[in-house]
Design a protein around this ligand. Structure first.
Ligand SMILES: Nc1ncnc2c1ncn2[C@@H]1O[C@H](COP(=O)(O)OP(=O)(O)OP(=O)(O)O)[C@@H](O)[C@H]1O
Ligand SMILES: [Mg+2]
Length: 488
């Protein structure tokens, strides 16, 4: 008997139908992939399963019994836990408090704090024992916060744990740890539903997968025996072409950094040329994100930075005005205003250009945004919709558009394709290449080695806040990057 059997689920948002009779079955102790492009309906289906959304039609059975999931609490009682794509944590509360959110251990009228902390520590031990359970969640980086969510699902002792892109910001080592945890869970009979755009992970972890395309059920496949190309073809409905790196770098120096030091970043010097794509590789915690934040003026530092031979001023506003644009790693916190339309979110960095006598030229902003969103492949192409109503990957595309709208000379991309599907990834790569071809300069931080290698003219490897190597041409290899990234 199947652990979970979903059948004929339909869901519309207003006039937009996003799920057309979707079915999915998951066996006990199985890791089941839920695959599809950005906007295919994966998160929507999982949100229905965990009681955040209610379906218009369709049935859910657990262990052969029909269940009606009317709320997150009902889902939890039915044995379903979910790790959301956009983390749903209370940033001010501690790690332990977040793990026990809505399920506090009690001692009389009081929360049993010490017991909760001890249990939180036990749950986190196999994931990352260095996480301080008494620290507020907001003080943690994305990777650690993901692990806290996973610990919370473990705490709830769910029979079915749905993970919506749980590893999109984990290091390979952290993924290994998670893979072990998932395997242990399944050995105990827990079923895991796994959403990821990383095919190598999916093929390593999953026993089977459901493929969705445009909100429709396409096929249930056995893994890993189904060829990856076949799975991707079913997801995207077409063949993908594989492109190689083209360089547009010119000799002219655009950005020059000398001895940048601040936070974890130690004495970083480099030059960036016109039309160049400079990759930054390194492990999480090596200072890559912080370096980008220093360049963007978000974090302060000592040392010097010049843009076109001049100091670009201090603070993010001055840096944006000077032509530096940062696409942050964590969209939810730094990037977007969820309830405002795409136009507003795209116009944020370039409002001046659309403001005449204090009024925003709405028409122009609309037209410009629409053109940009067509370029980045926003789906659906409706720029009046609140950005929060788009799928995760499509939100990312909109944010990229923001920096295209501003007159940005140097693009600072932090994990630009995190959460972006295989098809749209190629579109983002093409976009970055086009920026370079137009004479703009790009710095890309990425944890995905094939991505850094594919995109970069040169690769700086960071280790413990310093640049451990700068690679170019044929020296840009996975082995060289890995060798220089790992602390001695
Ligand atoms: N609250 C909402 N209101 C309106 N439309 C929505 C809402 N939430 C999602 N949608 C739409 O439903 C469709 C499916 O979105 P969903 O988030 O399920 O995609 P996904 O498969 O998880 O994609 P991704 O890989 O990008 O996360 C998209 O077209 C999206 O724009
Ligand atoms: Mg999603």
């Amino acid at each position: 008997m199947s652990r979970l059997s979903i059948s004929g689920v339909e869901k519309s948002f207003g006039a937009l139908k996003v799920l057309h009779g979707v079915s999915m079955t998951v066996e006990p102790g199985e890791v089941h992939g839920l695959l599809g492009e950005n906007g295919a309906g994966k998160s929507t289906l999982l949100n229905i399963l965990c009681g955040v959304l209610s379906p218009d039609r369709g049935t859910v059975q657990i262990d052969g019994r029909p269940v009606t999931i009317t709320s997150p609490r009902a889902a939890s009682e039915a044995g379903i836990a979910m790790i959301h794509q956009e983390l749903q944590q209370v940033p001010e509360l501690t790690v332990a408090q977040n793990i026990f959110l809505g399920a506090n251990l009690r001692r009389g009228p009081f929360t049993a704090r010490a017991a909760q902390e001890a249990e939180a520590r036990r749950l986190l031990a196999p994931l990352d024992p260095t996480i301080d359970v008494t620290a507020p969640v907001k003080s943690l980086r994305v990777a650690a916060r993901q692990l806290v969510e996973i610990a919370k699902a473990l705490r709830a002792r769910a029979k079915i744990i749905a993970m919506d892109e749980p590893t999109s910001s984990l290091t390979p080592a952290e993924f290994e740890k998670l893979a072990q945890v998932v395997q242990k869970l399944t050995a105990e009979g827990v079923s895991v539903i796994y959403v990821s755009h990383k095919m190598d992970e999916v093929f390593r972890l999953c026993h089977s997968a459901t493929i969705l395309r445009d909100g429709r059920f396409i096929e249930r496949v056995k893994l890993p025996e189904t060829p990856v190309a076949q799975v991707i073809a079913k997801m995207v409905g077409r063949e993908l072409v594989h492109a190689t790196h083209v360089s547009y770098a010119k000799p002219k120096v655009i950005l020059q950094a000398q001895g940048l030091t601040g936070g974890p970043v130690r004495d970083v010097s480099f030059t960036l040329h016109q039309g160049e794509v400079l990759g930054i590789a390194g492990l999480v915690g090596s200072g890559r994100t912080e370096l980008l934040r220093i360049i963007a003026g978000v974090d302060s530092s000592t040392g010097s930075l010049t843009l076109n031979g001049q100091a670009p001023g201090q603070g993010p506003r001055a840096r944006i005005a000077a032509g530096l644009g940062l696409l942050p790693e964590e969209r939810k916190r730094d990037g977007i205003i969820r309830h405002r339309p795409v136009t507003t979110n795209v116009g944020l960095a370039s409002m001046k250009a659309f403001t005449t006598g204090g009024l925003i030229a709405k028409r122009r902003l609309h037209a410009r945004t629409e053109a940009l969103m067509k370029d980045v492949g926003l789906r659906p192409l409706d720029v009046t919709k609140p950005i929060g109503q788009f799928s995760g990957g499509n939100q990312q595309k909109a944010i990229i558009g923001r920096w295209l709208a501003a007159d940005t000379q140097v693009f600072l991309f932090d994990e630009p394709t995190r959460g972006i599907d295989v098809g749209a990834k190629a579109e983002i790569y093409a976009l970055i290449e086009r920026l370079a071809a137009e004479g703009r300069s790009v710095i890309v931080v990425s944890s995905e080695m094939p991505e850094v290698i594919r995109l970069s003219d040169r690769v700086m490897v960071m280790r413990e806040g310093r640049i451990s190597a700068t690679l170019s041409g044929p020296d840009i290899t996975e082995a060289n990057i890995a060798h220089n990234a790992i602390p001695a």
